[in-house]
Design a protein around this ligand. Structure first.
Ligand code: F6R
Length: 369
């Protein structure tokens, strides 16, 4: 079943080009308009939504973070992202003009399910982005957008994460289309960019030897930090989570802009720090700010492990290692930049002799609150 891979996780990381391609497949009607799978919400309700709240846990919540950047940019609707267990136990402001988006691989996460029920009791409409057909969360939601990642066996989520991000982009484009925020040709252009992502993910996989060697050389690391900005921030959080879960190494992700507000105190000689660098072809100031962050931590002795876009030579003077990924539009880049971090965690855990498919203390689907 592992198709020659050492672990399910390794296999699932390599399945990612397909998972993304399959999630994009068959989403447009004969007129080229985006369609959702199972929509039991009136389109007029979706047109009048004035706030989106994404609820999820763990990796699925980081997919929600990425969704926020894309949906706000494309649709000009405010998007909040909240951990489902936190949402449920405060007194969230949701009503019939709120669209709640529940993201879950399993569709059975109890924290997320309870939040779905709570949101519906408050009159909100709930749209589920879920991988497992027939699971509870889509059954209890008003609409469903399935991710087509296929079954995910390894406890740590990889291909489901990329599919969740992909589905969130589709949702953003669907809402932009419905609400007239974007012209059909603009949407078609972004869809074309999205359809190029599976090949680019494959290119990241084909270049993975460097990140694997680096991971093996760091099997004794006791702490690794991850920095990112904009959509690179949730990628940093996800990179840290993968390393904690799989390799049992202390890891933390930060927004790079937060560095000088505290976390930079952690940086000492030899501290490994991954930095996810935004495209230099995107917003200029964003790229240069992250490059100065690399410079700052390097000057304090950090070992800088940089994920940057092909052709971004500006990082070279400050990087101990660079893992290049193909060029892509800034908002779509997480589908590429997270892949080296997944491979890093998987390889490092394997080098430590750990079972990457079944990390200690964790279950694939958390069906208790
Ligand atoms: C991390 C991981 C978990 C899940 C979280 C939500 O690798 O797998 O953080 O993402 O438990 O699970 P689902 O998506 O099934 O609701």
């Amino acid at each position: 079943e592992k198709n020659g891979f050492r672990s399910f996780m390794d296999k699932e990381i390599h399945d990612q080009p397909h998972a993304v391609a399959d999630t994009l497949l068959g989403r447009t009607d004969i007129n080229g308009r985006l369609v959702l799978d199972d929509l039991r919400i009136d389109e007029s309700v979706l047109r009048s939504v004035d706030k989106i709240v994404v609820i999820a846990c763990g990796t699925a919540a980081y997919a929600g973070h990425v969704a926020k950047y894309a949906i706000e940019h494309w649709c000009r609707i405010p998007v909040e992202v909240e951990l489902a267990h936190e949402f449920r136990y405060r007194d969230p402001v949701v009503n019939s003009k709120t669209l709640v988006v529940a993201v879950s691989q399993s569709g059975e996460t109890m924290d997320t399910l309870m939040a779905v029920r709570h949101a519906r009791e408050q009159g909100a409409k709930v749209l589920a982005i879920v991988n497992t057909h027939g699971s509870t969360i889509p059954r209890e939601s008003d609409a469903v957008l399935y991710t087509h990642a296929g079954p995910e066996i390894a406890v740590a989520s990889t291909k489901a994460f990329l599919s969740q991000i992909t589905a969130a982009y589709l949702l953003g484009l669907y809402l932009a289309q419905l609400r007239g925020n974007k012209f059909a040709d603009e949407i078609a252009e972004i869809l074309d960019d999205l359809r190029e992502m599976p090949d680019k993910i494959q290119q990241v996989l084909d270049r993975a030897d460097h990140v694997r060697e680096t991971a093996r050389s760091m099997a004794d690391a006791s702490s690794v930090l991850f920095l990112g900005r904009h959509v690179g921030f949730p990628v940093a959080l996800e990179g840290a989570l993968k390393l904690k879960e799989l390799a049992y190494i202390h890891a933390e992700g930060f927004a790079a802009g937060e560095l000088k507000h505290g976390p930079i105190a952690l940086v000492e000689e030899g501290q490994p720090v991954f930095v996810v660098v935004p495209s230099p072809r995107g917003r200029d100031s964003l790229h240069s700010k992250v490059v100065s962050n690399i410079q700052e931590i390097r000057a304090r002795g950090a070992r800088t492990l940089v994920i940057a876009e092909d052709g971004d030579d500006a990082v070279l003077p400050f990087a101990d290692e660079v893992f290049f990924v193909p060029q892509s539009p800034t908002l779509l880049a997480p589908l590429l930049t997270v892949v080296p971090l997944q491979i890093f965690a998987c390889e490092l855990a394997t080098a430590r002799g750990l079972d990457v498919d079944q990390p200690r203390n964790l279950a694939k689907s958390v069906t208790v609150e």
